[in-house]
Design a protein around this ligand. Structure first.
Ligand SMILES: Nc1ncnc2c1ncn2[C@@H]1O[C@H](COP(=O)(O)OP(=O)(O)OP(=O)(O)O)[C@@H](O)[C@H]1O
Length: 392
């Protein structure tokens, strides 16, 4: 566990960056620091590995006062990942990842072998190992940054906007893989972002900071969205927090209607006969949805995979209400496809009943302060982090 005990930081120019921060980041969990630009997230993070020294207060890691620990030794137990990865440009990928093992005195073969395993673990192909960072995409560089931070198997990871510099699609896949990795690794993580969506997706707990280094609220994502502590937090989590909260509301219990289906390869007249409004859902032999067929406009003889409309997402009944709503809204027929955990069709749901549930959920949040503005920040302030490099 990482504990902040009345921690403050005043920079020499008088800026109070962090004001009396009290917070506990539990072991094996992801604690996210989120808030607008300049509210003290990075300063708080860097006080953990003593890249910034607190002006007052204490930070303890598993009961050990970091102020009383030699900084170099302290950092050996703390992985650090920053925006743009901060890789060493003149070292190959594998040598970047092996940096800390080399420093720890591992021989070259063992360090490189370990680095190769880590590259695979973060989803990077072995053939990239001999490249230099500039020869990788932004997303690949971030993966290398994560692999390098994991190299000494530190119990604690500090991550400062690690996925901000990549496009939204890459960012989403990095987030998914990060969650999968954390499932296996159980690190104690503090993760800084200015993006509330990223915060509620990744955080087991989320600390919302406001300007002046004040902690506005520290809560689990669902609580934060449903019960923002005040106007500032309500504004920061955004007007659509009711929609976001649906991510935490199970889809179970929503009425699923039976949906007529046909299998791939059957004569088109069977598809026309089955189609209620012209559209029919096509499934494979194991009842897994393959796509929609507009049977009216089709002049083929048999139902073929080439003519399916695959727009629309498939929701899993064990998933959230948000995925069901997404499925209904994205379906070309207006009927969202719902499958069981094995991917077999259960039926469809129209947006109406889902929206009725959305209203219910929003009704529960209606007593909270109105959301006036969406929060967020520029995410600026990373240049200094880049200069600091790996921080190991
Ligand atoms: N070395 C420094 N000297 C003086 N003031 C600083 C220094 N570093 C940061 N600050 C100030 O401290 C405050 C908090 O900065 P910090 O970088 O911790 O915020 P942040 O929430 O991480 O912001 P961002 O999202 O923009 O990265 C800001 O007002 C910033 O200008």
């Amino acid at each position: 566990m990482i504990e902040f005990e009345s921690v403050s930081k005043r920079y020499p120019d008088g800026t109070l960056a962090v004001d009396e921060l009290d917070l506990r980041a539990p072991s094996g969990e992801i604690t996210v620091f989120v808030g607008p630009s300049g509210c003290g997230k990075t300063t708080s993070l860097r006080m953990v590995n003593r890249m910034v020294e607190p002006t007052s207060g204490r930070i303890l890691i598993d009961g050990q006062d970091t102020g009383a620990t030699n900084p170099a030794q302290l950092r050996r137990g703390i992985g650090y990942v920053i925006q743009h990865a901060g890789l060493f440009p003149h070292r190959t990928v594998v040598d970047n990842v092996a940096t800390v093992p080399y420093l720890l005195g591992w021989n070259r073969k063992k360090a490189r072998g370990h680095a190769m395993e880590l590259l695979e673990r973060v989803g990077l192909d072995a053939h990239l190992a001999s490249r230099y960072p500039a020869q990788l995409s932004g997303g690949q560089q971030q993966r290398v940054g994560v692999a390098r931070a994991l190299a000494a198997d530190p119990p604690v990871m500090l991550m400062d906007e690690p996925f901000s510099a990549v496009d939204p699609v890459v960012r989403e896949s990095l987030q998914e893989e990060f969650l999968r990795l954390q499932d296996e690794l159980d690190k104690t993580i503090i993760f800084v972002t200015h993006d509330i969506d990223e915060a509620v997706k990744l955080g087991d707990r989320v600390a919302v900071f406001r300007a002046g280094g004040h902690l506005a609220q520290f809560a689990e994502p669902k609580d934060l969205l449903e019960h923002p502590a005040d106007e500032f937090v309500a504004g920061f989590v955004g007007k659509d927090r009711g929609y976001r909260a649906l991510s935490f509301t199970p889809a179970e219990g929503i009425a699923i209607e039976p949906e007529p289906t046909v299998r791939l390869g059957v004569p088109i007249r069977d598809a026309r006969a089955a189609a209620s409004d012209g559209w029919v859902l096509v499934v494979d032999d194991e009842q897994r949805p393959q796509g929609w067929l507009d049977a009216r406009g089709s002049n083929q003889d048999a139902v073929s995979a080439d003519h399916l409309n695959r727009a629309g997402t498939v929701a899993t009944v064990t998933g959230s209400l948000r995925t069901v709503l997404d499925a209904a809204l994205s379906s070309p027929t207006g009927r969202g496809v719902v499958a069981d955990a094995q991917g077999r069709l259960l039926g469809t749901v129209q947006a109406g009943p889902v929206l009725a549930r959305v209203d219910q959920v929003n009704g529960r949040t209606r007593g909270n302060p109105a959301a006036n503005s969406t929060g967020g920040g520029s995410g600026a302030g990373s240049a200094e982090a880049e200069r600091e490099g790996a921080g190991q």
